[in-house]
Design a protein around this ligand. Structure first.
Ligand code: ATP
Ligand code: MG
Length: 427
């Protein structure tokens, strides 16, 4: 036998029945986003490498070592998207959606990062994201955070999650702070790891986000950005907190919560959990008033968040909530010859059209009636629908209840549709 080819490391197959959890989560996301006036946007998984270099920044984990970048046949450097915000902003700009307009957008799909695979961290993972362009906040910041809380609530995982909040201020106030931070870190250079030494002058804020336990104390004692906020950012931050308190959303202020990228401004937030080991961030969000301009557009305020779907699903598995969507089969249609199969194919289609929500499996693959009945039983269906030579001649259809002791019935097609409609709506 030929050797089997396996999936790429860190890239998962998602199989039934777990796919039902995904379906449930995606259903809640979509419904909630629609309920807040968001519209879906779709864009390619591949973009020009330059887009991510320019938006995410050269001195970041993602751009330095995590991107899947390759030359296409035309020697153009392309990258599988490591995140969606840059692509979303690019698409919105390219189609003139941002000029003097407010956009509330959502999207979902795979992202790719070359990381060390472990629980909650993969090389292909999925995000579900929302972005708002054209509003300066803090009203929309609060609305977005309240929306993220309601998603967690509906998925039954809010009690596992804590909201952490911080403000990064404006680029001007941050550049003052940046100097102080570099000064502090330089004085303690012996405690910095290799990555941090490299970032010291290029991206010092990112050092605050380091997960190296040896640097924990150093980071805890570093000067705090919050103590150096400009007046406008401070007011923004205070107002946001006020709104959240009013909305009954608990939060913690985490002064070390940063995004080491220049385009981030003011509000940053994360929903974190202690139930997934080191991969504690389920949803990360923030305001990025500088991004659109950095990508060549007019200055446009913006804020967004991304849920990591795999981490969300892992949490849902630990929740008490029943995430089951009813996907059971209602009816299994069996036939006993080629000519009756042709009639069955037509009838199955008729019934599915006439009976909204009907889940009907048409038996394929032939076999004896006895065998087909066994399959019908195994499918979990409530009813077997039988079309044999006799039924074909009498233009009738037989219906057998597989779960209750009720005599088999003979019905016309439209009668059967009415019957199933009634039974299914009662369930
Ligand atoms: P982390 O600190 O865990 O590496 P990050 O800051 O790199 O996360 P973001 O770029 O903010 O993550 O992405 C948003 C969300 O996407 C994260 O909060 C997380 O839930 C999810 N995520 C990021 N990277 C991965 C990955 N490799 N595998 C699975 N989920 C991921
Ligand atoms: Mg990361």
């Amino acid at each position: 036998m030929a050797e089997m080819i396996q999936a790429v490391r860190g890239m998962n197959d998602i199989l039934p029945p777990e796919t039902f959890l995904w379906l449930y989560a995606e259903y809640i996301f979509r419904r909630t986003l629609l309920g807040h006036g968001f519209q879906e946007i779709r864009f390619p998984i591949l973009e020009k490498t330059e887009l991510f270099k320019r938006s995410i920044g050269e001195i970041t984990d993602i751009v330095e070592k995590e991107m899947y970048t390759f030359l296409d046949r035309n020697e153009e450097s392309l990258t599988l998207r490591p995140e969606g915000t840059a692509s979303c902003a690019r698409a919105a700009m390219e189609h003139g959606m941002l000029h003097n307009q407010i956009q509330r957008l959502w999207y979902s799909g795979p992202c790719f990062r070359y990381e060390r695979p472990q629980k909650g961290r993969y090389r292909q993972f999925h995000q579900f994201s929302a972005e708002v362009f054209g509003l300066t906040g803090p009203d929309i910041d609060a609305e977005l955070i309240v929306m993220s809380a309601s998603i967690l609530e509906k998925l039954g995982i809010k009690s596992f999650s804590t909201l952490q909040l911080n403000s990064l201020g404006t680029p001007a106030s941050r550049s003052e702070y940046r100097k102080r931070l570099i000064h502090y870190l330089s004085e303690n250079k012996d405690q910095l790891d290799e990555d941090s030494v490299r970032r010291l002058h290029k991206n010092p804020l990112r050092i605050l986000d380091s997960k190296n336990p040896d640097m924990k104390d150093l980071i805890a004692n570093a000067p705090k950005l919050l103590d150096h906020l400009d007046e406008e950012s401070l007011q923004h931050f205070e107002k946001l907190q006020e709104y959240l308190k009013y909305a009954g959303i608990n939060f913690e202020i985490n002064p070390c919560l940063v995004r080491g990228l220049d385009y981030y401004t003011k509000t940053v937030f994360e929903w974190v959990t202690d139930k997934l080991g080191a991969q504690g961030t389920v949803c990360a969000g923030g305001r990025y008033d500088g991004l659109v301009e950095q990508l060549g557009g007019k200055p446009t305020p913006a804020i967004g968040f991304s849920f990591g779907m795999e981490r969300t699903i892992l949490l849902m598995k630990q929740s008490e909530k029943n995430h089951k969507i009813d996907t059971g089969i209602h009816a299994y249609l069996i036939t006993d010859s080629e000519s009756t199969f042709a009639a069955g194919l037509k009838t199955a289609n008729y019934l599915r059209t006439k009976v909204p929500g009907l889940r009907l499996v048409l038996h394929c693959g032939g076999g004896s009636l006895k065998n087909q009945f066994k399959k019908a039983d195994k499918s979990g269906a409530q009813y077997a629908i039988i079309i044999g030579e006799h039924e074909l001649k009498t233009r009738s259809i037989s219906l057998k209840n597989l779960r209750e002791d009720i005599p088999q019935q003979s019905l016309y097609q439209d009668e059967l549709a009415e019957y199933l409609k009634l039974k299914i709506s009662k369930k």
